[in-house]
Design a protein. Sequence first.
Length: 509
Amino acid sequence: MNKYVLTGALALLILVIALPVYGYLEPTRMARSQEELRQQYVSDAAVLYIENCAVCHGIRGEGIGPNPPLDNPDLREADYETLFKTIARGRYGTAMGAWHIEEGGIFNDYQIQELVALIRYGDWSQVGELAAQRGVIPPTLPVPEVGEDLVQQVMALGPEGELWAQGMQLYAQNCTTCHGVNGEGSDLGVPLNTEDVREKDADILARTIREGVPGTLMAAWKNTLSNEDIEAIVAFLKNWDRINEAGLVLEPPEPIHIDVNNPEEMLALGERIFTTTCTACHGEDGTGGIGPAINSQQFLSRHTDDQIRDAIVYGGRRPNSRMPAFGDRLTSVEIDALVAYIRSLEPTAPWVANPRGSGQGGGPPWLQATPDANNPIAPGMGRGRQNEEGNMPGMGGPPWRRTGTPVPQDHRGENMNRGPALRLRGEVVRVEGNRLTFQAETGQTVEVMLGPPWFWEEKGIALHPGDIVELEGFESPDHMEVNWVRNVSTGETVQLRTDEGMPVWNQTP
């Protein structure tokens, strides 16, 4: 066969095979290419957005004041031409100016196309993260400034205008963290600028603010705000629509710029975040409130930076903890700054008597009533059915208490037999939660249980590897139970059991 004929046949065979394969793979290749182009456009546009647009629309596209949010489904579904023209030519009668170079702006066609891609396809949380990495930090849980001009305009709205203006100022200072600058609500608090709220009785709103809402993040404000303050906030909430109709709104602050490589600026950022975000629950300067005392040796000596970061990102993990997760609300830069600030408190952190904070627990209303010293309640006199001996249930207590012979319990509160008391001294090797490992002076390695984890976190003393400790305890099957432990290095002592061997965490306060 002629070699040219053979070559031609071979080439034809390759085409016959290749064309269908190419046709089959081409849609996938085209889709992948378009995806790569969108990725490139969005990445480039994010930088343009941060440098030029975030000051009005927020670093996550959340919108600032009257400037609309860009992270919303309506814009993602808007057609390309509408978005392009809006950016290029601006919007008449609004603060949105023209950005195309032919309209006096700074962007060319390609750059506006990139911004359109960002609006339609971008992950705004990642845009915010990129902004933070470049030192553009959002106003953290914004606390708007209520200027004198705004106050005067609200006061001029009517006879109660002065009360409304006072309520607006108090709302801006205390409520925007959870309920939003304009009452739109958040994952921390319900919306307040609604008809449902305005229709509620003023006394109900006042009581809610004063007493809080059990089982939610809404704390009682009666110890922070006066009755007059609460009355002013209620008046503002019930007339918020009239204030808005007059064109008077609270405007959140603009993003700030910091040098993320400057430790002092990062520390200042962390302090600002703590003040605006954390003090509502953890108290001023972290001294405790609804949440535990952050500024305490108990907390700071027992939690690593990673543990603190996890608590911020994921929220509280203990039963009944109301600590919300801030991983979706704060950027990694903000979280790093917050952790750095919290850690900076450790050198001067005090030993706090009640590290959980006075606001935690509290009990039901019938336990919060003021005791009457002249009419104490006798035990065993409550309602109930008499037992076979004619006694009311609860009278006299359990047999071991009636006989005067206490039954010691382990860290779970279970009965156990207590052996002879042992007193040991040694050097701390490891502390894991409520389990202490130390090297005794006699040479043996000793494992001791320091009460239940929740008790040790709240009432314990600071223990670190290398500290010298003294303790008294008794042997249990797999570890040593402790009566008391003293950190010789710091002079701190904590009593874990009474003289009768009963764990102090089971005792009535």
